[in-house]
Write a protein that binds this ligand. Structure first.
Ligand code: SAM
Length: 246
């Protein structure tokens, strides 16, 4: 059987393409891409001529996944790319990986850029522990549910967000979490790369002055030590009150 390669591609700056990514895309028999038009541009830039370019996205993955697996079993090497960054991170890929593993196929990562982690390492927020939440839901009550599923051990929270939703999302976050520190990382690796660091209120105001354009990662400070302490104290109070009542 052939192998399945998950190939990271640039998140804006084409110079972030790795030698190994180019070599892998050149040598694989099939390239499966989320958007073949987008990928064709990348391939043209690096003068890669694919023998076969296959479309694999959210809406055809249940049918095209098994087909791709059959090709690999027949001996073809397959490279999976998404439009930007790492496949399978808020992008198609994980289902194909599971199918491949079930079929006993070797899966090989070809590491490359990732928006959330690139934002995290320069955010100034704690990096020892973090939680990647992908795209938040639109409605406040659903955002609340997601945030409630996190707890104090989750560390810095990492999200992706679209420019036309970012302001509304920050307003919901402020209502739910209070005014905590966040970092907006915009247009990473591109000409207009920009980092806005501040608390939620400041960043909402900043967005009023600077209408959101381009791609954004949103990083939110995890539960602070003082909040944790306050929570613990409240808990002890409840316990001692219960003792008292008993
Ligand atoms: N697979 C990608 C990765 O590894 O980063 C993420 C794909 S997800 C569909 C696209 C989202 O990632 C965008 O809406 C944006 O939130 C974030 N993103 C992608 N490229 C970015 C960039 N250059 N700067 C900031 N955020 C980016």
């Amino acid at each position: 059987a052939g192998k399945l390669y998950l190939v990271g591609t640039p998140i804006g700056n084409l110079e972030d393409m790795t030698f190994r990514a180019i070599k892998t895309l050149q040598s694989c028999d099939i390239i499966a891409a989320e958007d073949t038009r987008q990928t064709r541009k990348l391939l043209t830039h690096f003068e890669i001529t694919p023998s076969m370019l296959f479309s694999y996205h959210e809406h055809n993955k249940s049918a095209s996944g098994p087909e791709l697996i059959r090709y690999i079993i027949e001996g073809k090497n397959l490279a999976l790319v998404s439009d930007a960054g790492l496949p399978a991170i808020s992008d198609p890929g994980s289902d194909l990986v599971r199918l491949a593993i079930e079929a006993g196929i070797t899966v090989i990562p070809i590491p490359g850029p990732n928006a959330a982690l690139s934002a995290l390492i320069v955010s100034g927020l704690p990096t020892e522990r973090f939680t990647f939440g992908g795209f938040l839901p639109r409605e406040k009550k659903d955002i609340r549910k997601v945030l409630e599923s996190f707890n104090e051990s989750n560390g810095t929270l990492l999200f992706y967000e679209s420019p036309h939703r970012i302001r509304k999302t920050l307003m919901h976050l402020e209502e739910i979490l209070g005014d905590r520190s966040i970092v907006l990382a915009r247009e990473l690796t591109k000409r207009h790369e920009e980092f806005v660091r501040g608390n939620l209120q400041e960043c909402i105001e900043w967005l009023e002055q600077h209408p959101p354009l381009g791609e954004y990662c949103l990083l939110v400070e995890g539960i602070r030590e003082e909040e944790r302490k306050a929570e613990r104290e409240a808990w002890w109070q409840v316990l001692s009150l219960e003792e008292h009542v008993a």
